[in-house]
Design a protein around this ligand. Sequence first.
Ligand SMILES: Nc1ncnc2c1ncn2[C@@H]1O[C@H](COP(=O)(O)OP(=O)(O)O)[C@@H](O)[C@H]1O
Ligand SMILES: [Mg+2]
Length: 239
Amino acid sequence: MALLEVRDLWVRYGSVEAVRGVSFAVEPGEISTLIGANGAGKSSTLLALSGLVRASEGEILYEGQNIAGWKTDRIVKAGLVQVAEGRAILGPLTVAENLELGGWTRGGASLRPDLHRVYDLFPRLGDRRRQLAGTLSGGEQQMLAIGRALMARPKLLLLDEPSMGLAPLLINAVFEIIQNIHAEGTTVLLVEQNARKALKISRTAAVLENGKIVRRGLAADLFHDPAVAQAFLGVRSQH
Ligand SMILES: Nc1ncnc2c1ncn2[C@@H]1O[C@H](COP(=O)(O)OP(=O)(O)O)[C@@H](O)[C@H]1O
Ligand SMILES: [Mg+2]
């Protein structure tokens, strides 16, 4: 059974149809990626999965249950956790406090092993654990946002453009970290404009265009699809 199966999802903002009948699945243990131009409906899709915007129509089957209509906190507690676009860390709190907030789903359980896991993945966060989050660099804030999501022990981690706005070296670091998180057993649904890198680390992929999926399949096949290459990989057609 797929960990996540989205069936005919629609998201509307008033008269704007941002997501128009999207269907795809994420299998347990894989990295899957959604690619598409700005405004294609990628964020709207992820926000709907997390209950942060309402799905106007469609089914969101997570572990076989239709979670469309569930509140976000219930979805997070079930292990579907999102690192939203733009990071949204709490600047006036320390790094450690931000991480502890990410562990709110865990009740009274000790967060120490989870904090250590995050500091192992992101040594720079460990070095800066008592520093105010607002003083971190953009790259460190992105690491913190990912670390905070991990504190909820996600089964399915949704990442919305984690490399956005970062310098090339940091972009590589973010992609490496995604692979490390995946290697430790977390299933990942990745949204990226950096299609080349996203396709390289993913098993499956879908291409969104104007709210619709226009291509779907193995990431390696999409990587070599001339239409995808031309639109997203900066490769010119031979003709
Ligand atoms: N809160 C909103 N209100 C109205 N329109 C929105 C809102 N959020 C996104 N949109 C529109 O929905 C479409 C899809 O946006 P979005 O899901 O953010 O795309 P992407 O993440 O692929 O860039 C765009 O046309 C965008 O302008
Ligand atoms: Mg977006």
